[in-house]
Design a protein around this ligand. Structure first.
Ligand code: NCD
Length: 309
């Protein structure tokens, strides 16, 4: 039986194309399971998973929890706001205390880039990165590619533009790695101040004109402006950002083809996309959320099968 090349999911950077194919094939199976009247399988009855969220989350936290429960794992949840981290405990101590209760896998969201990698070197559990600062968000990129594959048949050869706050976005970086690995073409589009200088080294082109970017692409992935990660102003005003980089129905209808619209959520309606775009048939935003559960089930199942018990 094939297995993943890694024992943790720390970033797309550490995966190869075969890993992604295996995750998607496994997710196809779980997608079928979660559409049955009984949406559960007993696969992980002997596994305990801790979800450690040191940063806010709605979708990702619920999606992981549902994925774990649908695999019949035992689940414990922890959020930093109500924990002893506030009392000064170190990350390793916090996690080792949790692991001493016989936990096999840790799903962690943390504001510091590299927190997952750090933890994987110091504790004895399989680690899944659910977002580490502005670094990576691997399961989001996997569910994004899975949703492209579902809508357009395959990812290879597709033209994807990622629009908005590339600088502060872990979704952008993980998507770039995942899309390039699968043979898609990637451009980024946004205010120059929100595009990192190294970006072209990743094999990505920069297009600062939104209309041109949309005319070129098959898929536009619209990112949220990450105000919480900004200490200074990166553009003059939200209104000006929307004028230059926001997508509305009129703009989409004026293109010479129909493109697919994606968004990782949470949406700032009226800023990066208008409501009529978010709720249109061109948008696959809720498919992304639905696929997130199947893709996370696949990741957890495949990592759990590598745990020695
Ligand atoms: C993203 C995140 O948290 O990185 N959201 C998500 O996981 N669905 C993107 C965002 O917060 O804008």
């Amino acid at each position: 039986m094939s297995e993943l090349s890694v024992n943790h999911l720390l970033g797309i950077k550490y995966l190869n194309k075969k890993d992604i194919d295996l995750i998607f094939e496994t997710a196809d199976h779980f997608k079928e399971v979660i559409n049955r009247p009984i949406k559960k399988v007993p696969s992980l009855r002997d596994i305990t998973i801790a979800n450690l969220f040191f940063e806010n989350s709605t979708r990702t936290r619920l999606s992981f929890e549902l994925a774990e429960k649908r695999l019949s794992a035992d689940v414990i949840n922890f959020s930093a706001a109500s924990s002893s981290v506030k009392k000064g405990e170190t990350l390793i101590d916090t996690v080792n205390n949790i692991l001493s209760m016989k936990v096999d896998m840790v799903v962690m969201r943390h504001p510091n880039p590299g927190a997952g990698v750090f933890l994987s070197k110091h504790v004895d559990a399989s680690i899944v990165n659910a977002g580490d600062g502005a670094h990576e968000h691997p399961t989001q990129a996997l569910l994004d590619s899975y949703s492209i594959r579902e809508r357009l048949g395959e990812v290879a050869g597709k033209k994807v533009v990622i629009v908005g706050d590339i600088l502060h976005s872990r979704v952008a970086l993980s998507n770039i790695f995942a899309l390039k690995l699968q043979g898609a073409e990637v451009k980024v589009c946004g205010p120059k101040t929100l595009i990192p200088k190294y970006i072209e080294k990743l094999g990505v082109e920069v297009e600062t004109n939104l209309r041109k970017a949309l005319e070129w692409c098959d898929i536009a992935n619209m990112l949220r402006v990450q105000n919480e990660r900004m200490e200074i102003s990166y553009f003059p005003s939200t209104r000006e950002y929307t004028q230059q980089f926001g997508v509305n129905k009129k703009l989409l209808d004026s293109l010479n083809k129909e493109i697919v619209i994606m968004h990782p959520g949470p949406i700032n309606r009226g800023v990066e996309i208008t409501s009529d775009v978010a709720d249109s048939d061109q948008a696959i935003i809720l498919d992304q959320v639905q696929n997130g559960v199947a893709v996370r089930m696949a990741v957890i199942y495949l990592l759990a099968s590598k745990i020695k018990r």
